[in-house]
Design a protein around this ligand. Structure first.
Ligand code: PLP
Length: 381
């Protein structure tokens, strides 16, 4: 009697009801405007409510929202062509899914189908998702259920070539999975030297190299993929978050050495017409507005300015993926930024603030953020 169904209480939510967005701003139901330096968790790539994005989605919804993967879908072909060209991976193939975890899960499966091995190397503080294999490759015991503890994964320290070479030389590793830049791990960058040795050792031992670019990819780092700073070409690259500006979608970019066998992979919703229309529109906007270049320019400016600010222990990142590490817990800083300065930011662990705005952030907005942050730091620390 008198009961109503409620959402399962899995997130400690802020009591703010966001109802509207435009570019790098969002509004709550009381009309208060917030700067979105969090991009709805690195998902909003081309900005909230972009007119061309709305147009592409509504046009496609009016034609055909979904039909099964049992028929040809020209939108998938168009998306693959554009993504190949913009990312400079024209010779790769594209498999479309619905989320980041699903992209990584499929990448790990592809690797295991390929070399028939079962051991995976991941890195300390990595996050790869919440499906059974990807959560096992995530270095966070709190979120790994007993059913996911299957002993497939060894975690190595990031940037430690010695342990990497030692493990790979055993010749029994199926895949190494690594983030282009660690996100939830606190915006930690692999060094170029480490990435190059990683690629070289994987080649030597027939180990598949999987680059998880779900957070660091799609232009966020100031290059299309973060690993493109390191001059490597992984066997499999996974993307999601920014790919369709909020429409759920994920993908695996697959190098030519893989052959597809009917029935091995599949999905009901993956690559559906609406998702493809959204993703094509994202690439279109990114290209026209040169958002990758913008991410680099505005990101470089922000990183430089943040490094000059007092109280911040370290500033790490590339492009518009920036971590601010403090000596103190950042909970109060984040709350004050949100409630007093009306700025959304993310966190990683206890003492890192994560900046992940839409890639269309302007210099003026970056400047405005710096002054709001400065105001908070002066009174908080
Ligand atoms: C968000 C994220 C994932 C998981 O993506 P979902 O869409 O939540 O499944 C995996 N890897 C990285 C690096 C991420 O940031």
């Amino acid at each position: 009697m008198g009961q109503t169904m409620k959402p399962f209480d899995v997130y400690p939510v802020f009591d703010i009801n966001i109802v509207k967005g435009e570019r790098c701003s969002v509004w709550d139901d009381k009309g208060t405007k917030y700067m979105d330096l969090y991009g709805g968790h690195a998902v909003i790539s081309v900005g909230h409510s972009h007119p061309s994005f709305i147009d592409a989605l509504t046009k496609q919804a009016g034609k055909l929202a979904f039909y099964s993967n049992s028929v040809k879908n020209e939108l998938q072909q168009e998306l693959a062509e554009r993504l190949g060209r913009m990312s400079q991976y024209e010779d790769y193939k594209l498999f479309l899914v619905n989320s980041g975890a699903e992209a990584n899960e499929n990448a790990l499966k592809l690797a295991s189908f390929y070399n028939r091995r079962t051991r995976v190397i991941a890195f300390k503080n990595a996050f790869h998702g919440r499906t059974s294999l990807t959560v096992e490759a995530t270095d966070n015991p709190k979120i790994i259920a007993p059913i996911n503890q299957n002993g497939h994964v060894t975690y190595l320290p990031l940037n430690d070539t010695e342990s990497l070479v030692r493990e790979l030389s055993k010749g029994d590793v199926c895949a190494v999975i690594i983030e282009g830049i660690q996100g939830i791990g606190g915006i930690q960058l692999p060094t170029s030297q480490f990435m190059q040795i990683l690629q070289q050792e994987c080649n030597k031992t027939d180990t598949i190299l999987i680059l998880d670019e779900i957070q660091s990819g799609y232009g966020r780092s100031g290059k299309f993929f973060a690993h493109q700073y390191d001059g490597i070409r992984p066997d499999l690259i996974t993307v999601a978050k920014g790919i369709a500006n909020g429409f759920p979608m994920g993908a695996v970019l697959i190098s030519p050495q893989f052959t597809s066998i009917y029935g091995q992979l599949g999905t009901t919703f993956g690559g559906n017409h609406l998702a493809c229309a959204a993703a094509i529109s994202v690439l279109d906007i990114m290209e026209k507005e040169e958002l990758v270049v913008n991410a680099k320019q505005v990101g470089d400016f922000l990183i430089d300015e943040l490094r000059k600010m007092p109280y911040i222990k370290e500033v790490r990142g590339r492009g518009l993926m920036i971590g601010l590490e403090f000596d103190v817990a950042v909970r109060e800083i984040r709350q004050r930024l949100l409630f007093e300065q009306k700025v959304f930011t993310g966190v990683a662990g206890n003492n890192v603030i994560r900046i992940l705005p839409p890639l269309c952030l302007t210099m003026d907005e970056a400047q405005e953020f710096l002054s709001r942050l400065s105001a908070i730091l002066h009174i908080t620390i």
